[in-house]
Design a protein around this ligand. Structure first.
Ligand SMILES: [Zn+2]
Length: 429
């Protein structure tokens, strides 16, 4: 993007923004689904459009349309073509950008599917996708025009809808946050077990504050997406299965990292269901999982740590929370020490004001705050504890322990709780 275009674009964002009440002026009660491919390598990236689809209903927010829930590693912006007004924006993270932190991306180019839902514009609109690097700079930029009467926008969700059940129904989709829990690696005879696993996941999430206090704002739908095979793929054991969303362990050659690169398939299986946030349960007792902000959570349902892990991963995918654990002396490629991360629960102290500084007595808090024998399991003693975002030095977390740090933690720390509460409010108020 040229500098002149950037300032023109930002100018429009600042001066001509739509207010939340204007949903009906700009949008139909329909969803525009945009399937993109994020491609390239560490040096050069390119975003391209695969296909546009549409289905009835819009389950997403109808307020704060031109505000971002969080900064994220990427951003979608929809502007009304005629006026240049920003009519919808949202943020996300992607597996592709995580992969750019891997050594492999120095010598190999790859493509990753990414699908986003947005309200369906009534008039011609321009959709822009921006990806940011670890230094918070725009690394690639892609724009395309959406014509609402384009005959090639494929209508989906009219038939062959995947069987599903509401586990929690608290109101119409446009008023509530709609979370789907999908089956992966459950064959026909495993489906009743899947519904039990989905109920367990739902109960685990809503036993944690602040979800517990905000139940009335959520709908949870279990989607019985059946697989040919029972179980999921474990490449390091040469096990490959035919499953609903083709997930596998060993993502980036890391044993525990279970993800799916068949993002289009995930969304195809959800066509006709009103959904916003996605949890996928894998029918296996092998430990693992992953959660990507505003993309999906994928976790294993039959490991003894299933419940804390699914809540942790939902902390990533719904809440945009960072990992509060650390295992390396060196800085992670994802979090340079001189850049304040956008995630609300970790800080490099470059801009601590934007984090939990207001929640502590800064003059009487040692930095780093000491973890002692008596407080090492605390999820409530807020300070500035060193070690988070994978690095043992230079990145700080709010409490000794937290759901975003260990499976043994009892709760989300107060900083994570506040961040989650702010997001819930953003989506429903
Ligand atoms: Zn936390």
């Amino acid at each position: 993007m040229t500098k002149a275009f950037l300032s023109f674009f930002l100018g429009l964002t600042m001066y001509t923004s739509a207010s939340g009440q204007e949903f009906d002026i700009f949008f139909s009660n329909k969803t525009l689904r945009a399937d993109y491919l994020f491609t390239g390598n560490k040096k050069n990236q390119l975003v391209v459009l695969d296909e546009l689809k549409s289905f009835d209903g819009w389950a997403g927010r109808r307020t704060h349309l031109n505000e971002l829930p969080l900064d994220g590693n990427g951003r979608i912006t929809m502007t009304d073509k005629q006026s240049g007004m920003v009519i919808y924006t949202t943020s996300f993270s992607s597996l592709f950008q995580e992969w750019l932190g891997e050594a492999e991306s120095e010598y190999l180019s790859k493509g990753y599917e990414n699908t986003f839902l947005m309200p369906f514009p009534k008039k011609e609109a321009v959709v822009t996708v921006e990806l940011f690097n670890a230094r918070r700079e725009v690394s690639t930029f892609f724009s395309h025009t959406v014509k609402p009467d384009d005959i090639l926008i494929k209508e989906i969700g009219k038939s062959n809808i995947t069987p599903h059940r509401y586990l929690m129904g608290n109101g119409p989709a446009d008023k509530c946050i709609d979370v789907v829990i999908m089956a992966e690696g459950y064959s026909k005879s495993d489906i009743e077990m899947f519904y039990k696993d989905a109920t367990k996941a739902c109960n685990a999430i809503f036993s944690h504050s602040p979800f517990k206090e905000n139940k009335k704002h959520f709908n949870v739908i279990a989607v019985a997406s059946e697989s040919n095979d029972s179980g999921v793929s474990i490449p390091r054991e040469k096990i490959w299965k035919s499953t609903a969303v083709s997930s596998h362990f060993d993502t980036f050659y890391s044993d525990r990292y279970l993800t799916s690169s068949s993002v289009n398939d995930i969304h195809d299986l959800l066509a006709g269901i009103q959904y916003e946030h996605i949890i996928i349960l894998a029918n296996t007792d092998t430990y693992g999982g992953g959660g990507i902000y505003n993309s999906f959570t994928l976790t294993t349902a039959h490991h003894s740590m299933f419940e804390p892990v699914v809540v942790h991963e939902f902390g990533h995918s719904f809440g945009g929370l960072a990992d509060e654990y650390a295992y390396t002396e060196a800085p992670s490629p994802l979090y340079p020490y001189d850049i304040e991360p956008w995630e609300q629960n970790i800080s490099t102290l470059v801009d601590f004001e934007s984090k939990w500084k207001d929640m502590i007595d800064i003059d009487n808090t040692a930095i780093p705050t000491k973890v002692t024998k008596s407080n090492n399991k605390s999820t409530t003693e807020i300070g500035v504890y060193q070690g988070a975002g994978y690095s043992m030095k230079g990145i700080y977390r709010p409490t000794p322990d937290c759901r975003m740090r260990t499976n043994e933690a009892k709760a989300f720390c107060p900083v994570c709780q506040r961040a989650l509460q702010r997001l819930i409010d953003f989506y429903v108020k």
